[in-house]
Every structure is written in structure tokens, then in C-alpha cells.
Design a protein around this ligand. Structure first.
Ligand code: GAR
Length: 206
């Protein structure tokens, strides 16, 4: 079975979208672990409800789910995780984890990179910047994670018309809808071994 580790920081709607595709049989994978930097993330409540193993990255002790990045890396290797999916994870991934999982960590970003990315560009901040620019299209991007925020090679993108929106929240709504399709669909391509990496570009076999 293809094993996913899904990293989350908040609401977890993308986590649910992945879970739904697994449950309805469209995605042949399992969410082996959910990882968060926050014990209070709604996404962690969902993991608990679904009996999915979860870890909280923290220096705290006293609960078995508290782990340091070092401990987490060992656990992910031990569990034979195939792909790490950052689904609304807002912290930087340390380079030791990136090195261990090179080309096996993907992130979803709620805009069309390479625009509107980088440090501080997450959640509504992204949509506010897109709104302020008066851009007519936005969308979602899935990219490999490297040592720099939102910098890794782009794997997949989907755009949406935002020429008539009246607020950043409206952009967020339209983009989120796309995210919930694009993320599970892209994971599916990984499961099917259809992601091809050449020196400079990423291709998806049809
Ligand atoms: C999503 O829109 C995701 O693209 C974004 O956070 C949201 C999480 O929502 N990620 C970033 O901004 C990363 N830079 P969710 O918790 O409901 O999936």
C-alpha cells in the first residue's frame, strides 16, 4: 500500500479531501500519519476521529505523540512513508527531512507560483495579495519542497477565473475548490508512478 504522511497546521479541508478520495476508492493509498505543529489544529481532531496516528512537532514531553523533527524523521523512515504531503502546513521543513525525502515531499500553495509565494505567503495573506494586484486569474500549485519557501519545481497547476470577485475571501473559496481536486489527483499520479523528473522539468504521464 502506498503510504502518505499528511502535514497540517489548521482546518484540514485538504486532508479531508484526500481522505474522501481514499474512502470512495479513487485513490489507492493510505494516510499512515498526520503531523502538525499545533495540537489544537482542527485537522488533528479529524485524525483522532478517523483513528489515524498523529504526531505533534514539539519540544514538550509527556505524551507519546510529541516528537522533535529528528524523532519524526526516524518514524517516517521506519514506517516506509512513500510521500509527505504538506496540506496547509505553515512551518518550514528542516533540511535533514528534505534530504531524507528528496522529491518525496510536495506542498500545495493557494496561488499560481512563482507569483504570490515565499515567506509569510500563506492562507488569506496570499489571496489578499492576489486581490490587491487585481490579477484576473488565480489557482493552486503543487510543487516539490526544497530548502527555500515555495521554490521547488512545479508539478501541477490549475487556474480559476477571478475577474469578477469582490473580496479575497471569494478568491479563497474558488481556489480551495480547485485544491480539493488537484491535490488528490496529483497524489494519484505519484501512486501510479506517473511523475517523471528530468533535470529541469517535471512531467506527468497521461
Ligand atoms: C490551503 O488553502 C493551502 O493551500 C494553504 O493553506 C490552506 C489550508 O487549508 N497553504 C498555504 O498557504 C501554504 N503556503 P486546509 O487546512 O483547509 O487544507
Amino acid at each position: 500500500m502506498y503510504k502518505l504522511a499528511v502535514f497540517v497546521s489548521g482546518r484540514g479541508s485538504n486532508l479531508k479531501a484526500i481522505h474522501n478520495q481514499i474512502v470512495n476508492g479513487s485513490l489507492n493509498a493510505e494516510i499512515s500519519v498526520v503531523v502538525s505543529n499545533s495540537q489544537n489544529a482542527k485537522a488533528i481532531d479529524f485524525a483522532k476521529e478517523q483513528n489515524i496516528t498523529f504526531y505533534i512537532i514539539s519540544k514538550e514531553k509527556g505524551e507519546e505523540f510529541f516528537v522533535t523533527y529528528e524523532e519524526l524523521t526516524d518514524k517516517l523512515v521506519l514506517k516506509n512513508i512513500n510521500l509527505i504531503v504538506l496540506a496547509g502546513f505553515l512551518k518550514k521543513i528542516p533540511s535533514e527531512l528534505i534530504v531524507k525525502f528528496r522529491h518525496r515531499i510536495i506542498n500545495i500553495h493557494p496561488a499560481l507560483l512563482p507569483s504570490f509565494g515565499g515567506k509569510g505567503m500563506y492562507g488569506i495573506n496570499v489571496h489578499q495579495a492576489v486581490f490587491n494586484s487585481s490579477a484576473k486569474v488565480s489557482g493552486a500549485t503543487i510543487h516539490f519542497v526544497d530548502e527555500i519557501y515555495d521554490n521547488g519545481k512545479i508539478i501541477a497547476q490549475q487556474s480559476v477565473d477571478i475577474s469578477d470577485v469582490a473580496s479575497p475571501e471569494e478568491i479563497s473559496e474558488r481556489v480551495l475548490k480547485i485544491e480539493h481536486e488537484l491535490l488528490p489527483n496529483t497524489i494519484k499520479k505519484f501512486v501510479e508512478n506517473k511523475i517523471k523528473i528530468t533535470e529541469n522539468r517535471i512531467f506527468i504521464d497521461s
